[in-house]
Design a protein around this ligand. Structure first.
Ligand SMILES: Nc1nc2c(ncn2[C@@H]2O[C@H](COP(=O)(O)OP(=O)(O)OP(=O)(O)O)[C@@H](O)[C@H]2O)c(=O)[nH]1
Length: 238
């Protein structure tokens, strides 16, 4: 395993399970606020309704799973961990669809990592990928790391999208990685997030990691379940 990923995983396991970093018993006694994070990276998760975007994030941040959750309207979480001596804040929030379409496009434009999720038991969520890719082509940075995730691997008996189909889809897109996961069984969830961040960081020029990224945060922003209507390109970003 990649050394940095291993470090990140151990750090995450050791102290970052809370959705509210700094609220544990130990930090309540603390007089000074925790040191700010060192990195600012935006990552988004996109995919059709009900594929498990929120579940994957909740598994990663809180190690929880909600069996019968409602469609996400609005929520936010965060997770903190250290990697090679640098501190990271993972933050994410979900918003209702519709009203924030421009916001979503801005997030897409700023994102250094994009996780595209489908449900291995639902054909239409796989077919939706083409629409999401169109949006990525149009708005995302060319440097953004792409990761395709086939979720709900625990539902193997209901599978309609084979692993090979997922692999084939990813192999047609330059630089796109692929994996399958289960938010329910906590399979490959940490790997999704930590490997993506590791890939992003390993591509960064050294001077950027040392200077431009100081005092900032890494945020994780899930996206709406329906690809928004595409507004004219090059709209000014928020
Ligand atoms: N069996 C199984 N169910 C899952 C898994 N991940 C999510 N689910 C279920 O799928 C449903 C939808 O999960 P969400 O995490 O809300 O999906 P979402 O993509 O955020 O959905 P929207 O907010 O509607 O876009 C919930 O009932 C989850 O319990 C998984 O890995 N396995």
């Amino acid at each position: 395993m990649d050394h940095r990923l291993d470090v990140a995983r151990r750090a995450a396991a050791a102290g970052s399970g809370s959705s509210s970093p700094g609220l544990g018993a130990q930090s309540r006694r603390r007089k000074v606020p925790p040191r700010p994070a060192d990195f600012k990276l935006q990552i988004i998760i996109i995919g059709a309704r009900g594929v498990g975007k929120t579940s994957l994030m909740e598994r990663f941040t809180d190690d929880t799973f909600c069996e019968a959750c409602k469609s996400t309207e609005s929520t936010s979480k965060s997770k903190r961990w250290s990697l090679e001596g640098r501190r990271f804040d993972y933050r994410y929030g979900t918003r209702g669809t519709g009203a924030l379409q421009q916001h979503h496009i801005c997030v897409l434009q700023r994102s250094k990592g994009i996780i595209i999720v489908y449900d291995i038991t639902k054909q239409e969520t796989f077919e939706d990928l083409a629409k999401w890719m169109k949006m990525i082509d149009k708005y995302a940075s060319e440097d953004a790391e792409l990761l395709l995730v086939g979720n709900k691997l625990d539902c193997e008996s209901d599978r309609v999208i084979s692993k090979q189909q997922g692999e084939r889809f990813a192999s047609r897109i330059s630089g796109m990685r692929f994996c399958e996961s289960s938010a329910k069984d906590n399979f490959n969830v940490d790997e999704i997030f930590l490997k993506l961040v590791d890939d992003i960081i390993s591509k960064m020029p050294l001077e950027m990691t040392n200077n431009e990224l100081s005092n900032s945060v890494l945020s994780l922003q899930p996206e709406p379940d329906v690809p928004p209507e595409l507004p004219p390109p090059r709209m000014r970003c928020c």
